[in-house]
Design a protein around this ligand. Structure first.
Ligand code: GYE
Length: 318
């Protein structure tokens, strides 16, 4: 569906006239964009930050970057500071799904459109953001589970699930999609489901304790590659072979995970692109210029395993 962002009329005037102040050359006015990022918890995240910073520099955007360090209150503070600085637009990658309405209302009152990137929010007022770009995390969970039910045989397959950040859209949705398929196959059972916060070291620690707790684990389903790579370290330290003794399935498809697939240590990775820079700034410009744009842009994610990973590895960009 095509849509247009309509700012309150006074504010709209201020957005387009503010360039006449300093140098007097309004055509050359730099766009001022604030980006409230989640943090730096994973390789996916740093690739995303990098993609945004590169594109901002390429376009000469006055780019204000803030890392939330994994805390929603830091992101809320960053949004308030972007509003105070009078940015033209705010890009938000929300750590968790809920609790955004009050601060997004402040941005709306100031006439500053918000572009959600990567993760969606739960809100009763869809007008609090202009657009969303990202992946369908429920579908990613389904893709992971479909690969598993097609490729893993057994009467009583025991799965441990390493979840992402509690309350985050990808943790919630990747669980939902995965369970939707698992629930239809009685020979698959999720015996543990715990968060390792999308972090490699947490993935290693959690897997270490799960291996002590359970004498039999057939599958690790990790909500991201970093946690899977951490789990692999724990599995190897326990004298087991990841990819053989325990099937490993994860999401993101970072280059290191491709290498692990080629080495036979990860069995399946579901792609989730972090490379939003060009698209995000294209959308931002359209929103600010009052041009029509798609309100919800969803990426198409692919599945890689031993059959296709080697052929694709050299072209991977993150
Ligand atoms: O999968 C994970 C990161 O929101 C899609 O966040 C993103 C997730 C990604 O920390 O690695």
């Amino acid at each position: 569906m095509l849509t247009r962002f309509v700012a309150p009329s006074l504010m709209l005037a201020s957005v387009f006239l503010s360039g006449c102040g300093g140098g007097g050359d309004s055509a050359e006015k730099k766009l001022k964009i604030g980006f409230a990022q989640v943090g730096a918890e994973s390789v996916w995240r740093t690739a995303n930050t990098d993609s945004m910073q590169r594109e901002a520099a390429k376009r000469g955007v006055d780019f204000k970057f803030s890392s939330g360090e994994g805390k929603q209150e830091n992101q809320i503070r960053a949004i308030r500071s972007f509003v105070a600085q009078g940015v033209d637009l705010i890009i938000l990658s929300p750590i968790v799904e809920t609790g955004w309405d009050p601060v997004l209302k402040e941005a709306k009152r100031a006439g500053i459109p918000v572009l959600l990137m990567d993760r969606e929010i739960e809100t009763s007022d869809e007008s609090l953001y202009a657009a969303f770009i990202g992946s369908d995390f429920v579908e990613e969970g389904r893709l992971a589970a479909r690969w598993m039910v097609e490729n893993v045989k057994g009467d009583n397959v025991k799965i441990v699930e390493l979840e992402g950040t509690p309350g985050s859209a990808p943790a919630i949705d990747r669980q939902t999609g995965f369970r939707e398929i698992v629930d239809k196959h009685s020979n698959f059972k999720i015996i543990e489901s715990q968060s390792a916060n999308f972090r490699r070291s947490d993935g290693k620690d959690l897997m270490e304790s799960l291996l002590k707790l359970h004498s039999e684990i057939d599958v690790v389903y990790a909500h991201n590659d970093d946690m899977a790579l951490g789990a692999i370290q724990a599995i190897e330290a326990a004298g087991l072979k990841p990819g053989k003794d325990i099937v490993i399935i994860s999401i993101d498809a970072i280059k290191e995970a491709f290498e692990a697939v080629v080495a036979g240590k990860i069995n399946c990775i579901v792609e989730c692109t972090p490379l939003f820079g060009p698209l995000a700034f294209d959308m931002a410009e359209k929103i600010l210029n009052g041009e029509p744009y798609e309100r919800r842009v969803v990426m198409k994610d692919k599945v890689f395993d031993q059959t296709n990973a080697a052929a694709a590895i050299d072209s991977r960009m993150y």
